[in-house]
Write a protein that binds this ligand. Structure first.
Ligand SMILES: [Zn+2]
Length: 323
């Protein structure tokens, strides 16, 4: 374990998506699968320990919509007389802090929870939120992944299924609409992107959208090839996000600074496209993965995007896998 990890944990709030990068950093080199597995086991505990003590920071947006930062992925909350609607659940051990943050928004119970995708740092809180009264809605692949032992190859790690209460009770394939607290909430499947289960959640009248882990604001993203993610899927999702938003849209990313906009999203998309081209060119020349990393195809972007646990080398490997 490097000494920088607790710092990273506190600075950006840890997530499943960062496990691989942390395992890499922890070994000062690319770990063998068995080493990564051992490291990852320790890091899962670290994530939970960190989430257990991290405060929840509430960012108020508009139309009674807020964002909670501090438990895995960014959580959107719509409050109103129909009950609270959450987009993503965070990590289960954050329950006391999330309960307090929810109470500060009003006494209404949580009635609905939407998962943007299956990852632990977005769905681990499903069980307690369901027991508190939330109906859980997701894309059908999220239910599939949360119902089975799920292997993430990059970490040689097996995630256990959630207990039945945490499994989404209502799923859809492509689109699903809700009308709650006077707002239309549109859920839309991206197709394979960061995983094969990603959806956006759009609060139409408020012009606010939670785009899940298709967008990491200001940091290189993780891409989960084990469950259908790819660099090209990430770029396609970014193009869809740009097409669906205006300069006034508040965009909530899965990770990174939780209140974003179209200009920042465009910069993220252009970074993905540029690095994809650089890596594809090197791979076409016949360079191995390690030779491609050594050629530093992300160099022009590292100062801005490479300061988190998905470091330049790790992100290069993720892109290499998909071109
Ligand atoms: Zn994720």
């Amino acid at each position: 374990m490097t000494s920088s990890l607790p710092h990273l944990l506190s600075r950006r709030h840890f997530c499943l998506c960062c496990l691989g990068g942390a395992a890499f950093a922890a070994g000062n080199g690319w770990l063998t699968p068995r080493q990564a597995f051992a490291e990852a086991r320790g890091i899962v505990s670290l994530i939970k320990d960190s989430a257990a003590t991290s405060p929840i920071v509430t960012h108020k947006l508009r139309n009674n919509i807020s964002v909670f930062e501090g438990s895995g992925g960014n959580i959107a909350v719509l409050n109103g007389g129909d009950g609270k609607v959450l987009i993503d659940a965070g990590i289960g051990v954050s329950r006391p802090q999330i309960t307090r943050a929810l109470a500060e928004l009003g006494a209404e119970p949580v009635t609905h929870l939407v998962n943007t995708h299956w990852h632990f740092d977005h769905a681990d809180g499903n069980e307690w939120l369901h027991s508190a009264g939330a109906k859980i809605i997701a894309q059908k692949n999220t239910r599939k992944h949360l119902s089975e032992i799920q292997r993430v190859e990059d970490w040689d790690y097996n995630f256990l299924p959630l207990q039945s209460g945490g499994i989404p009770g209502e799923v859809f394939a492509v689109e699903h609409g809700l009308k709650l607290n006077g707002l239309s909430i549109g859920l839309k499947y991206y197709g394979p992107a960061h995983t094969d289960s990603d959806i956006s959640a759009t609060f139409a009248e408020a012009n606010i959208v939670h785009v899940g882990d298709t967008y990491w604001n200001g940091i290189y993203p993780f891409i989960d090839y084990s469950t259908g993610g790819s660099i090209d899927g990430m770029i396609a999702a970014s193009d869809a996000n740009l097409a669906a938003t205006t300069n006034d849209t508040v965009i909530i990313p899965g990770h990174g600074r939780p209140v974003s906009n179209k200009a920042e999203l465009k910069e993220f998309r252009d970074m993905l496209v540029a690095i994809r081209e650089n890596v594809a060119k090197l791979k076409k020349q016949g360079r191995s993965r390690d030779e491609t990393v050594a050629a530093k195809p992300t160099a022009a972007f590292d100062a801005k995007w490479g300061q988190f646990v998905i470091d330049p080398g790790y992100f290069t490997r993720l892109v290499y896998e998909g071109v």
